[in-house]
Design a protein around this ligand. Sequence first.
Ligand code: S3P
Length: 423
Amino acid sequence: MNKIIQKRVNGLKGEITIPSDKSISHRSIMFSSLAKGRSVIHNFSNGADCRSTKKLFEQLGIEITQTGEKSYEVFSNGHFNTPISDLDCGNSGTTMRLCLGILASQNFDSVLFGDESLSKRPMKRVITPLELMGAKIESNEYKAPLHIYGRELHGIEYNSPIASAQVKSCILLAGLNATGKTTVIEPYTSRNHTELMLKYMGANITWDNNSVSIEKSSLEPKVINIAGDISSAAYFIVGALIVPNSEIIIKNVGLNPTRTGILDVVQRMGGNLEILSQEEISGELVGDIKISYSELKGCTISGEDIPRLIDELPVIALLATQAEGQTIVSNAEDLRKKESDRITTIVNGLKSLGAEIEEKEDGFIINGKTELLGDKTLEVFHDHRLAMTYYTAGLICKKDIMINGFEWINISFPEFEELFNNL
Ligand code: S3P
């Protein structure tokens, strides 16, 4: 689907409520499926990725009943139905990598597959530690489809070479059903939704700095209220900062410190951002944010910042084109392994609009502030975050832009355009 975006003549004004966090939604279905009994989930994501997870667990015999617009009841008798056919993860890396950890220790075999984009993404990062735990997995040169020969696993201490919540969660979920203790040590702390939710559901899990340990545990069914997604809020945060005369309030945003890197960057850049309120819901911090148009300055983003804002980097690149001076993003080489090679795709996309942005092996350098001229068609390469970043860019481009593949927003955020239209 092609979408034409016009420059905003008025500022963004008003209040919006951000829909459900994708990472937490995935985990709510997965962990409720592992808990014997009836769990309740409120504010589950409408995105296609989370629907892939829901469908996969239904295929495994879990009863999932919709009880409200975004509410579900999950009933599990504590084990999965077998035999099962192939399990489709769609476009979702989180579904594939976390389910691999769950399925590797079951007493049956299974196959995980995905769409064209997911079938190109690296799985060695999760297969290697699972093999160290005793798993048997056949793959297409460490890519999907993944044939899992379920068997009993044993705990390991694993020093992960990358800070990745998907890798950490995969190992922890295998550890949840393995003999002995499983420990994952990361170079920097990645998002900790798995740890928080497993703890909330009664697992024997502890953490300290960048190290997390788990022992075989059974989970208790719970009521899980899912926070709004800060990665979705990011487009509105950036929109309000770069469209003159904007001032908006974003409600119900997840403020888990392992995800709030973008808020730190906005502060470093001198943006007007205020956290209005904060509370804890189902083990996660949630709050409201006020944000307005700002004169920004460039900053550096590297090291431990990266896992705390990895999914926001495309839209942060756009933000940096509107900041005076240089913004340097480094140590972000994992961006090349996302739904598209997000270093190359975002650099080429923003450059075509008139930005001064230079590609580096592990990130990019942006010199601002530049006027974005537009008058271009941009490809999204099956990548939802590019589609939403380009839409946000279109709000300040001098001339209209066209986005080719705009429908990819449905992967994480079907309500995206409607919410922008409300401002
Ligand atoms: C996710 C972790 C991140 C992120 C992805 C969701 C998760 O991936 O990019 O969108 O839910 O665990 P990595 O762990 O590969 O960095």
